[in-house]
Write a protein that binds this ligand. Structure first.
Ligand SMILES: [Zn+2]
Ligand SMILES: [Zn+2]
Length: 143
């Protein structure tokens, strides 16, 4: 048995461990205090304080927290939002048909520059051309 002096109350006590810091009365309190400190640390770690400085996990820049749920700097939050707003490959697959075709070598650029001259993309040009063709030739699928 070792005789140790309690770091909490200063009382001498006997213990089988030479590393014991607290008497049996204070040991529970010490454990309770440690638990409390741990719980507080855990709480403050998960919820960021508004106005505190945080490091952005995406770009590594330091930013000031403006809301409790903020996890990234403003730029990264914005770009994540933008990314979310874009349709996913799945959404596109479900809502759009993909038409792909070949044109003779060199015609691609010619079509592209013609479309640009009309202020349209190739897609817009083709769809517009289709509408005009239908208007002139009839033959709507519904008819
Ligand atoms: Zn004690
Ligand atoms: Zn960032």
């Amino acid at each position: 048995m070792f005789t140790r002096k309690c770091e909490m109350c200063g009382m001498e006590f006997e213990t089988p461990s030479n590393r014991a810091k607290y008497c049996i009365y204070c040991r529970d309190k010490a454990q309770a205090a440690r638990n409390r400190a741990y719980a507080e640390k855990k709480k403050s770690g998960s919820a960021v304080k508004v106005g505190s400085e945080q490091t952005c996990p995406i770009c590594g820049k330091t930013y000031t927290v403006t809301s409790g749920s903020q996890k990234y700097c403003r730029e990264c939050t914005e770009s994540r939002k933008r990314k979310k707003a874009q349709p996913t490959a799945e959404y596109i697959k479900e809502n759009y048909d993909y038409i792909r075709f070949n044109v003779p070598k060199g015609d691609g650029d010619a079509i592209k520059s013609y479309a640009q001259a009309q202020g349209m993309t190739i897609k817009q040009l083709l769809l517009t051309a289709l509408e005009e063709y239908k208007a002139n030739h009839g033959g709507n699928v519904d008819e």
